[in-house]
Design a protein around this ligand. Sequence first.
Ligand code: ADP
Ligand code: F6P
Length: 321
Amino acid sequence: MIKTIGVLTSGGDAPGMNAAIRAVVRTGCANGLRVMGINRGYQGLIDGEIKELTPRSVSDTLQRGGTFLQSARCMAFKEEAGVARAIEVARVFGIDAIVVIGGDGSFRGARDLSRMGMTTVGIPGTIDNDIDCTEYTIGYDTAMNTAMEAIDKIRDTISSHQRCSIVEVMGRGAGHIALSLSIANGAEAVIVPEKNYSVDEDIIKPIFACRNRGKNHYIIILAEGVGKAEEIKAEIHQKTGIEARISVLGYIQRGGSPTARDRIEASRMGAHAVEILMQETGSRIVVLKNGVVTDIPIEEALNMKKSISESDLALTKILST
Ligand code: ADP
Ligand code: F6P
């Protein structure tokens, strides 16, 4: 019977992770469970950086960005010996099950914990929104809104100078943030790592077409996984005569107070993770499906690969005309 659960955050932090931890703690305690906070992700688990959390110890965390449990990228956990050691340490603290809040890398760690006998539930937390099994990952909405506001500001200055702005946004190897921002900010073009592109076809031609229709500023959103910002900038200048500037939004997208959506979904997902454990099941990932929080087996989740939305790519092209 599960009496004590551990909770950790792993991989890149995301706004709303605190709301998820808080929901795990308060739902767990409301159901008579003991909840242990594991600091610094899998690394803290191996190192025994574990202390009890109470409903009061998670006060004043809901509105804060980052993760108060801190996060880490732990190479030792990719080895069987690291996972075995982590389970031994967890048992010393009386932990019967672990809730892992993170992205797909973290879920691979959760799967390995499950395979070696530790009951585990994953909650999707990453700004990248690159996990196929769920319509939503915690942190995405805040990151999107932060980036959208920043790009609105960039638009003010580039329109004053009739310039082109190449805005590089986060997402690692995925272009979901970039593509959604291209719609939210009305970009003239978007380049994502999932799609081959040609600078002439996908950037230069749209710029000429927009200029001929009377536009005097151009926003190109570039997913960081593509790279090539400097080369694209040089080609734009050389082929159109338009001055281009590069803005790398970077970590600003990962920080800040979570939006209402992130707080609410994170709270629902955190509570659902505990409900799964109350039923004595594990090896599951909490997901949002058709707008409802539910769960699927972890192995199934890891076999799914998210593709880029063709309809959103087409929409960006139409709306930029
Ligand atoms: P995310 O969970 O956001 O995808 P990362 O992939 O950057 O973030 O980090 C995931 C972390 O999960 C790794 O640093 C590592 O500590 C842990 N991990 C454990 N097992 C694995 C695994 N088999 N593959 C990848 N990451 C793993
Ligand atoms: O996965 C979240 C993310 O912010 C990615 O968008 C980005 O590529 C990566 O993490 C950056 O990681 P790090 O914190 O190691 O620089």
